[in-house]
Design a protein around this ligand. Structure first.
Ligand code: EPZ
Length: 419
């Protein structure tokens, strides 16, 4: 098991470039199997979840070539629609659920184990199933497997009961190869939804409205390979913005889309941080003490649930009382106990954490309880007084490319140890 050892107290200064978006590429890679073709995907981050997805596709029979941040996925030969053997791999990430929509779209049938992923509360897939059934699939869940079978896949009008990133992408994948028109209402609007739709359209799909809450898809009979570059990662960008702010640093974060960062830039500005747009990036500088603020997580364009954890760390050292309300996942405060062990003053009431700012956090051994909580623990280590050890960083490796190298480049004192 690897761990990070971090010597806190060094302001981060310099430039960092952001890699491709995890949650976009994890939809795009399965999308590439929708037809017998070869697609080239650039700006693919080197992270565990991506490697795992590539591994599963190879096991299903796809030929995959990888060089630096580019992968070529060749599915000209038929691949298997049965993923049931790879339960261990699919159980390690959420995005394996996209194999359902993609394989159903191509083969009109699929067998895919129920997905794993971060333990952040109840994560049903009923909206995915509702969508597949509306398209004409029979869905059976037994022995941990989702079995989908659609003698005919036909377009349908689907109103999602909750705004779901996963269900929106999954239905879009299957509907791309259905006969006729599908309308998804109350669709999620996250940047990665738009990115997956753009990729599908380049492959010959007919999708309109991605990025709004009504997506219209006219099924196509044939698709073809394409070349595509994945958008930069909104959550990784936000994490570095908060790291710069927390350490009182001055960091230019490049290769990003500033528009995707508006909810985060606005909150940081409210806290007394300077966020300015420069070239293809955002510069984040802090010279004054942090001020308390209130954050409620919301679907895009609201404040992302995947950034409430690093935001909470920022609040632990802000002047005054802040609140974080988590409205997406029911159990996303597991990391709070770790922060309390560092001297943070946090109380939880239902879905709201109240955080009274303290002068500083004190270093100790803390645990990455999941991916985003893990990034937050690194952030806590960067500002704490003394040497922090973050264990269970396997979670962090699932989603952040070169984290310690990038942080060292910005002046942080951080190293990885194997135990
Ligand atoms: C995606 O998860 C992301 N994962 C998550 O990122 C992210 O936190 C989340 O979207 C919200 O932005 C991937 O893209 C792989 P949802 P997903 O379906 O699709 C409820 C990370 O750290 N719901 O948008 O699982 C659900 O319980 C991860 O990168 C249903 O009730 O999220 C939740 O309350 C963590 N029924 C809400 O909707 C369903 O069928 C939103 O979930 C589906 C979801």
């Amino acid at each position: 098991m690897d761990a990070f050892i971090i010597e806190g107290g060094n302001p981060l200064c310099g430039e960092v470039s952001i890699s491709g978006a995890k949650n976009a590429v994890l939809g795009i890679i399965p999308a590439a199997v929708l037809c017998a073709c070869s697609s080239k995907i650039e700006n693919v981050p080197d992270i565990k979840d991506v490697n795992k997805m590539v591994d599963i596709l190879e096991k299903l029979g796809a030929e995959i070539y990888r060089e630096e941040d580019t992968i070529i996925i060749n599915t000209e030969k038929s691949i298997s629609y049965d993923v049931s053997e790879y339960e261990e791999e699919t159980g390690q990430m959420r995005a394996s659920y996209y194999l359902m929509g993609a394989l159903l779209g191509r083969y009109k049938k699929a067998v895919v184990p129920l997905p794993g992923g971060c333990n952040i509360g109840d994560r049903p897939i009923d909206q995915h199933i509702k969508g597949f059934e509306a398209l004409g699939a029979r869905v059976l869940i037994e022995h941990g497997q989702v079995k989908l079978d659609a003698p005919e896949l036909k377009g349908a009008h689907i109103f999602l009961d909750v705004v779901s990133v996963g269900a929106t992408i999954n239905i879009m994948l299957a509907a791309t190869r259905a006969e006729g028109k599908t309308v998804i209402e109350n669709a999620a609007k996250e940047p990665h939804i738009v990115d997956v739709a753009n990729f599908l359209n380049l492959m010959g799909a007919n999708i309109k409205g991605a990025g709004t809450d009504v997506i219209k898809i006219v099924g196509v009979e044939s698709m073809h390979g394409c070349e595509y570059s994945v958008i930069p990662d909104q959550i990784t960008t936000g994490t570095y913005m908060m790291m710069a702010a927390a350490t009182g640093g001055d960091v230019l974060i490049r290769n990003i889309i500033p528009k995707h960062m508006e909810a985060i830039s606005a909150k940081l500005t409210e806290m007394g941080v300077t966020v300015s747009e420069e070239d293809d990036g955002l510069r984040v500088t802090r010279t004054k003490p942090l001020k308390a603020c209130n954050v409620k997580t919301m679907p895009y364009p609201g404040f992302p649930t995947d950034l409430q954890q690093p935001m909470a760390v920022l609040m632990t050292i802000a002047e005054g009382t802040s609140t974080v309300t988590e409205s997406i996942f029911e159990s996303r405060f597991k990391y709070v106990d770790e922060l309390r062990r560092m001297g943070a003053n946090i109380s939880i009431n239902g879905r709201t954490a109240s955080i009274n700012g303290v002068k500083e956090l004190s270093a100790t051994k803390i645990r990455a309880t999941d991916l985003r909580a893990g990034a937050a623990m690194v952030l806590a280590g960067l500002v704490a007084d003394g040497e922090t050890k973050v264990v269970d960083i396997v979670h962090i490796d699932r989603g952040y490319e070169n984290l310690q190298e990038n942080l060292r480049g910005l002046g942080a004192v951080i190293r990885r140890i194997s135990e």
